[in-house]
Design a protein. Structure first.
Length: 258
C-alpha cells in the first residue's frame, strides 16, 4: 500500500504531500520514508515548483517514526533513511510548509520543523517524546534551538513535554493558528496565493538558501555526529533498549540508569 499521496495545484507550482498510513497515526516507517525520498528526488527536475506542503491524512499529522524500527537491530538503517530526508529537503531549497492537525510528535515533528513554515489548527499538539523512551531526537536537537532558542528547546528536548498549538504560536514555532482543519486548509491557500505564487521559483529557492545558510551548515556538520552518537553509544546502553522494549510491551520501563 502506498503511504504517501501527492497532488499538484496552481499550475504545478505547489506540491501537496499527504502522509497516510491508513491508521490515523501516519507513522513514518521505512516504507513511508522510502516513498517520501522518491518524491523528493523527483523534485530536482521540477524547476517551476514553488512550494512543498506536508500534511497528515485524518485527524493527525504524524505520531512519528516507527517505534519497532527504533530497536537496536534496525536503528542504523532507520536513521540513515530518515536523515537523508533532511539532507534532501536542505539541498532542494524549495520552500516547504507543514499543515498540522492533531498529534505532531517525534519524527513527525522533526519533519515539520524542517519546513520553513508551520501552520496549525487548534487541535495540534507538538512534542519530542524520545527522552521518555530512553533515546533522543537527532534532527530536533539541531533544529529546535535554531527555531525557538535554547531555553525553550532544551525544555522540550529534555522533558519530552508536548505543547499546544497556542504555545507553539507563542514560541514563534507556528506562523498562524486556525480554528479547525477546514479553516486551516482555506487559510493556507489564501497565504500561498498572496505570499508564494506571485514570486519566481528560482528567487524563492535562493531566498531559502540564503536564509538557511547557517542552518544547512549545522545539519550537514552535526546530524552525522548525532547519528553516530545514537547508534554507537546510546543504543549500546541498557536504558535505551529498555525504553523501546517497554513501550512495545506496554509496560512501565525499569531503568538501571545506564
Amino acid at each position: 500500500m502506498k503511504k504517501i499521496k501527492i497532488s499538484y495545484s496552481y499550475d504545478n507550482a505547489v506540491a501537496s504531500i499527504v502522509l497516510d498510513d491508513g491508521s490515523n497515526g501516519n507513522i513514518l516507517d521505512h516504507f513511508m520514508m522510502d516513498e517520501l525520498q522518491f518524491i523528493l528526488d523527483s523534485f530536482t527536475k521540477k524547476n517551476d515548483l514553488k512550494l512543498i506542503v506536508f500534511q497528515g491524512a485524518g485527524n493527525n499529522f504524524s505520531f512519528g517514526a516507527s517505534v519497532p524500527e527504533h530497536q537496536k537491530k534496525f536503528t542504523k538503517d532507520m536513521l540513515r533513511i530518515f536523515h537523508q530526508l533532511f539532507y534532501s529537503i536542505s539541498d532542494l531549497s524549495i520552500p516547504a510548509l507543514a499543515k498540522v492537525s492533531g498529534q505532531c510528535l517525534g519524527g513527525g515533528f522533526e519533519l515539520a520543523l524542517m519546513c520553513n513554515f508551520i501552520f496549525a489548527d487548534k487541535s495540534a499538539k507538538f512534542g519530542q517524546p524520545e527522552t521518555i523512551l530512553g533515546v533522543f531526537p537527532p534532527p530536533a536537537s539541531i533544529l529546535l534551538p535554531e527555531k525557538i532558542g535554547y531555553a525553550r528547546a532544551e525544555e522540550l528536548l529534555i522533558t519530552g513535554r508536548t505543547i499546544t498549538a497556542d504555545e507553539a504560536r507563542s514560541f514563534g514555532l507556528a506562523n498562524d493558528i486556525f480554528g479547525d482543519k477546514d479553516a486551516l486548509n482555506a487559510g493556507v491557500n489564501v497565504w500561498i496565493e498572496k505570499n508564494i505564487l506571485p514570486k519566481s521559483a528560482s528567487s524563492l529557492r535562493y531566498s531559502v538558501k540564503a536564509a538557511r545558510v547557517k542552518l544547512n551548515h549545522l545539519i550537514r556538520s552535526f546530524l552525522p555526529q548525532l547519528e553516530t552518537m545514537y547508534v554507537n553509544q546510546r543504543m549500546e546502553t541498557h536504558d535505551a533498549n529498555e525504553g523501546i522494549q517497554s513501550f512495545l510491551e506496554k509496560r512501565k520501563p525499569v531503568w538501571t540508569n545506564n
